[in-house]
Design a protein around this ligand. Structure first.
Ligand code: FAD
Length: 409
């Protein structure tokens, strides 16, 4: 498989190469082909915004009419929807993180050992083990394969969805707090109450490439009707929270400003910061903020370093100011020290989405206030719009969102 692109230049090239296949996307997307040429593999690039959804949507509509590209646009907007849904219910993310730690402390050793074996591709169901190994080796799984594997974990193996989601989060190069947590909740039957996703052998026979089913060992465990729904208790409060009001453009103020780039949005040259004249730009790699019980995979850490390095290189070319990628175990302290060293009056940044970066904000704000430095978080206008539309399910969201997806002038 060609690895997913991890720089903006590569992502743009991958998008150019994939765009002509959009008209076949609706018919082909569910097939798990060897090499995955029928899907874009743009998810790490979109998740970290090496490429923005707005760019992809605009360029799609510059080449195709809405109806011929609708399925593709809808899938791109699933990312927006999950992100917006979680933004309105941040406690669902917090609850998942707490549960991962609690399960490691409270589950019997034999259950944890079983979970470890299934993650290592040693469940004994050969087709599922192929998928676990593909994830570990490549950091990518096709959407349908993610659904099969998550369903196998929850409903066939009877393991807690939270630990399966943690395995994905540690290995996926596109690991995303919203898409991952909420997709696992969906498979478990928590996201759309009463609706679980059950893996069936006949569905694999229809959609999986030959390599996945070459070894049939253990496949009787997922034969049609063998997997039945397991009830997963919901530990999260689903009440909608008020959305913090944030500016969508940068107020013009005098003083030395530094730009903090983080892995939720690495396209500073597009949008609200395009005309910024920063004193300096910084980004941090921190393995620690992604660690729950076990560390993220080496491939995931390397990918994070690559996407952040790419963001910093582009920022340096765009702003022509000192731009640095630093390693830290304590992002809030390191960012404050960096701001002090550059004598900044203000740090500006894209508002992080619910997830590990947003979790840093309260402590960071506190440290900066104590150093007399302002923190200004800017939300992209398209995020602001999407967040306001995600009160209910995906289809009402899509109906409203699709009216805003206009072709370029
Ligand atoms: C259990 C489970 C866990 C998942 N975890 C993640 C995750 O951590 N990070 C992540 O980005 N996606 C996750 N997904 C969603 C989806 O599987 C991936 O976005 C998709 O497979 C990425 O591959 P692609 O870019 O080739 O997709 P394509 O088919 O080319 O789709 C284009 C883009 O649309 C978006 N998209 C497509 N399908 C979905 C979907 N079902 N949900 C949300 N966005 C979608 C993505 O941005 C994707 O890059 C998960 C799905 C499941 C079932």
């Amino acid at each position: 498989m060609t690895l997913p692109p991890l720089t903006r230049v590569d992502a743009l090239a991958a998008w150019d190469a994939f765009r002509p296949r959009i008209t076949e996307y609706a018919a082909r997307r569910n097939h798990v082909e060897s090499g995955h040429r029928n899907v874009s593999k743009l998810s790490p690039a979109l998740r970290h915004r090496l490429l923005t959804e707005d760019e992809v949507i605009r360029d799609t509509l510059a080449h195709y009419n809405f109806s011929s590209a609708e399925k593709w646009l809808q899938e791109v907007c699933w990312r927006r929807y999950w992100k917006s849904w979680l933004e309105l219910r941040p406690q669902v993310w917090t609850s998942w993180r707490q549960r991962v730690r609690a399960l490691h402390e409270t589950l019997p050793a034999e259950i944890l050992a079983k979970a470890g074996a299934v993650c290592a591709g040693e469940s004994g169901v050969a087709c599922m083990d192929v998928l676990a190994r593909e994830l570990i080796e490549t950091g990518y799984l096709h959407n349908h394969a993610r659904m099969w594997w998550a369903s196998f974990w929850i409903h066939a193996e009877g393991l807690p969805w939270e630990l399966g989601a943690d395995f994905f989060f540690r290995h996926l190069l596109d690991a995303d707090p919203a898409s991952n947590t909420l997709s696992w909740r969906w498979v478990a039957g928590l996201q759309t109450p009463g609706k679980t996703y059950l893996v069936r052998l006949s569905n694999l026979e229809k959609y999986a490439h030959a390599g996945i089913l070459r070894d049939r060992h253990g496949s009787d465990r997922i034969t049609d009707g063998a997997v039945t729904p397991r009830h997963s208790p919901d530990h999260a409060d689903l009440a909608r929270q008020p959305l913090a009001a944030l500016p969508t453009s940068l107020p013009a103020v005098a003083g030395r400003r530094g730009l903090w780039l983080h892995d939720d949005d690495l396209a500073p040259e597009i949008g609200p910061f395009a005309a910024l004249t920063p004193t300096a730009v910084v980004a941090f790699t921190s393995e620690r903020i992604y660690r729950q019980h076990d560390a993220p995979s080496a491939a995931r850490i390397a990918a994070l370093r690559t996407v952040l390095g790419d963001g910093i290189a582009r920022a340096s070319a765009h702003y022509r100011c000192p731009s640095t990628l630093l390693k830290t175990d304590d992002t809030a302290t390191s960012l404050t020290e960096w701001a002090c060293a550059h004598q900044l009056a203000e740090i500006v940044a894209f508002a992080p989405a619910v997830g590990p970066i947003q979790d840093l904000i309260p402590r960071l704000s506190d440290l900066l206030v104590r150093s007399g430095i302002r923190l200004t978080l800017i939300r992209r206008p398209s995020d602001d719009l999407a967040f306001s539309l995600a009160a209910g399910g995906f289809f009402p969201f899509w109906q409203k969102m699709s009216r805003h997806l206009s072709p370029p002038e």
